[in-house]
Design a protein around this ligand. Structure first.
Ligand code: GYE
Length: 327
């Protein structure tokens, strides 16, 4: 087929029109979201390896179903590269908005920017991305989640009051490069240093997983047999550390004091059983707040850069009463 000059010009203009329609003039602003009765929304989950993740996914799916919205759900199976591909496929499917729980702070930044470029607003859930290269209100609408620095600080404050002469701490960190691992370390380490009298004898990642937490605890307990405190950044890793202690013939809660973060049912039960000292809740129930934020955004309301979740706290004073309410 021979394309005439006129046809060529018309089709170029059409093409330009199409490109403009799918990528509105955003300049520095965020992509708008039309007010509609129903939406097709993406949720790019990072992994499903803990009760925390499962509770979060359930809360998102439950609220989407309640509202009658279509939810395109993906599970990155602990791979930041897969999560980037998942977001790109949601962009290709033309969803109205994408919720992302970014596994790590840096690798998800290009995916967030690609969504903006395609005219799709992004709301970050539970973990943040690197604030030196991406910003709420510019690259994404907002971050909904807990104050992880505060969570680490609360764990330290409980420990400072309840250590009873114990001083040598093993710290088991979350996923390297994730915002909760960075911030829970910062909050805890700073408060412990300020209190004085404690020593963090080793600090190593357990990737927020029960089995890797168990392995890290096993290795670090061998290298530091005199450690008498274990702080981990998540309950799954704490449950792994409890298993490692028991395998080494030590009594968790007595020989070694444990303090944790997340507030899962198994961890609250471990407090009732006297094996775990305390756990700072990290609230995983995002659904209602996530979709309410979407609706506010569509209505043109101003959204704060950080929509904070409120966290509970469990120790021997309330664990028995609260275990039924924990996730
Ligand atoms: O604490 C941990 C999970 O990102 C805040 O991720 C979340 C953390 C949660 O794997 O257990």
């Amino acid at each position: 087929m021979v394309i005439s000059r006129r046809n060529f010009l018309v089709s170029s203009a059409l093409l330009a029109g199409v490109v403009l329609a799918s990528a509105p003039a955003l300049a520095d602003g965020l992509p708008p979201l039309a007010k509609k009765n129903t939406y097709k929304v993406g949720f790019a989950q990072s992994e499903s390896n803990s009760p925390w993740r499962i509770a979060q996914t359930k809360s998102m799916q439950g609220e989407a179903a309640r509202l009658g919205y279509q939810l395109v759900y993906t599970d990155a199976a602990s791979s930041a590269a897969k999560q980037v591909a998942d977001v790109n496929s949601m962009i290709a499917q033309g969803v109205d908005l994408i919720f992302i729980s970014p596994r790590e702070e840096k690798p998800l930044v290009p995916a967030v920017k690609a969504a903006k470029k395609a005219g799709i607003p992004v709301i970050l859930l539970d973990r943040n991305i690197d604030q030196s290269i991406a910003k709420a209100g510019e690259d994404y609408v907002t971050f909904i989640g807990s104050d992880f620095v505060e969570e680490g600080r609360r764990a330290a404050e409980w420990l400072i009051k309840n250590a009873n002469g114990r001083t040598k701490i093993i710290e088991i960190e979350g996923t390297t490069g994730s915002s909760p691992a960075n911030d829970r370390k910062k909050g805890f380490d700073e408060a412990i240093q300020a209190a004085g009298g404690f020593e963090i004898v080793a600090s190593q990642s357990g990737d927020f997983s029960r089995d890797k937490g168990r392995q890290a605890a096993e290795t670090l307990l061998q290298a530091h047999p005199d450690a008498d405190i274990i702080y981990t950044h998540s309950d799954e890793m704490t449950l792994g550390a409890i298993a490692a202690l028991e395998a080494a013939g030590k009594a968790p809660g007595k020989d070694v004091l444990l303090v944790s973060i997340d507030g899962s049912k198994d961890a609250v039960q471990a407090i009732v059983d006297g094996k775990l000292g305390a756990t700072v809740e990290c609230n995983p129930r995002f659904g209602p707040k996530a979709f309410e934020t979407l609706q506010k955004y569509a209505a043109g309301e101003k959204i704060d850069a950080w929509v904070k979740n409120v966290d509970n706290f469990y120790d021997s004073a309330n664990a028995a009463a609260e275990v039924a309410n924990a996730y």
